[in-house]
Design a protein. Structure first.
Length: 290
C-alpha cells in the first residue's frame, strides 16, 4: 500500500467539516484555560496548539486546534464535533465571565497539500479576508489549513478523505460520534501532539489525566494499521480469539484503508484482525506536534 499521502496536484479544496468557535472578551483566555486540556495562557497571540475538551472523568468530548488570534480571543478549529452543540455546552460554563462563545459561520476552512507561503510551525499568518494559514504538515508531508471569509474552494471528496488519512497517519484521531467520551488523552496517545497539560491549573478531567501521567499507568495507546477493506469503527481488534482493543478512526487511503485503534502498549507478536479483516501495523508518522 502506498505511503504517499499527497495528491498529484496541490489545489485548494473545501473542508466543510471543519468549523470555528470563537471565544472573545475580557475573560476569554481565563475561560479557555479553565476548560481546555492544554495550557492556553502559554500560547502567545499569533500561535496555536492542539487541545481538547474532556468530561470530568477525563474522557475526550472534542479535539481541536486552538489558535490565539488576539490577546482576548481564541479560535477553536473543530474538525469533527458538532460546533453548534459544542458551543452550547461551553456556554453553560460561562456563568458571570465576560466573554462571548460564537460559532463563526462566516468563516470557512479549506486545505491544500502544499506548504503554507507565510505560516510555519506553530505560527499562523494572514487575515480572514485573504485567508489565515496554518501549517498542518509533518514528516515531509506538506499541508496548509486555510480559514477564510471566502467559501470559494470547491468540494473534492477524494482530497477530503486524503486529508483525513493524513491526520490518522500523523497521529491525530478523527473521532466519530460513537467514539466521543470513550477515551482519555493518553489512550489516544495525544502526548505525541503535546495536546494536553499535566502541570497547569484545574480543568475538566485534569485530576484523571495528571494521576495517570504521574503514576505511569498508561497501558493503552494508538496503533496505526493499513488494511485492504474498510474496517468498522468500534469493532474489536483481535489476536486469535482474544480481543485486544477497538477501532476508533478510519479513512480511505489510495487503494486501501488506514485505521487507528486503541490497543495495549504490550501485546502479542501475532497476526491481528478486526471482523476477519487482516490488519497490517504501521508506525505513526512523526509530525503535527506544536
Amino acid at each position: 500500500m502506498s505511503h504517499n499521502l499527497a495528491p498529484p496536484t496541490a489545489q485548494a479544496f473545501a473542508l466543510p467539516g471543519h468549523r470555528v468557535i470563537a471565544l472573545e472578551g475580557r475573560d476569554a483566555i481565563a475561560f479557555a484555560q479553565s476548560q481546555c486540556m492544554n495550557d492556553v495562557e502559554a500560547v502567545p497571540a499569533g500561535r496555536w496548539h492542539w487541545s481538547g475538551w474532556l468530561t470530568p472523568k477525563g474522557r475526550v468530548i472534542a479535539l481541536f486546534a486552538l489558535a490565539r488570534v488576539a490577546p482576548d480571543m481564541v479560535w477553536l478549529i473543530v474538525p469533527d464535533a458538532d460546533a453548534s452543540t459544542l458551543a452550547t455546552q461551553l456556554q453553560r460554563f460561562v456563568l458571570r465571565r465576560q466573554l462571548q462563545v460564537t460559532v463563526r459561520d462566516d468563516l470557512h476552512a479549506s486545505g491544500v497539500f502544499d506548504a503554507p507561503p507565510r505560516a510555519q510551525g506553530a505560527s499562523f499568518a494572514g487575515t480572514p479576508a485573504d485567508g489565515i494559514e496554518f501549517d498542518f504538515g509533518g514528516f515531509g508531508l506538506k499541508r496548509t489549513l486555510r480559514i477564510s471569509s471566502s467559501d470559494d474552494a470547491p468540494r473534492d471528496e477524494a482530497s477530503e478523505m486524503r486529508w483525513r488519512a493524513a491526520d490518522l497517519r500523523l497521529g491525530f484521531p478523527r473521532l466519530p460520534p460513537s467514539q466521543v467520551e470513550q477515551w482519555t488523552p493518553q489512550m489516544l496517545s495525544l502526548d505525541r501532539l503535546h495536546a494536553f497539560s499535566v502541570k497547569k491549573g484545574c480543568y475538566p478531567g485534569q485530576e484523571i489525566v495528571a494521576r495517570t501521567h504521574f503514576l505511569g499507568q498508561v497501558k493503552r495507546g494508538l496503533t496505526l494499521f493499513e488494511c485492504a477493506q474498510e474496517p468498522e469503527v468500534g469493532a474489536n481488534v483481535e489476536v486469535g480469539v482474544a480481543s485486544l482493543g477497538q477501532i476508533v478512526s478510519t479513512a480511505r487511503n489510495a487503494e486501501g484503508w488506514v485505521a487507528l485503534a486503541v490497543l495495549p502498549v504490550e501485546r502479542p507478536d501475532a497476526p491481528i484482525v478486526s471482523n476477519g479483516i487482516p490488519l497490517r501495523e504501521r508506525a505513526l508518522l512523526a509530525g503535527l506536534s506544536r
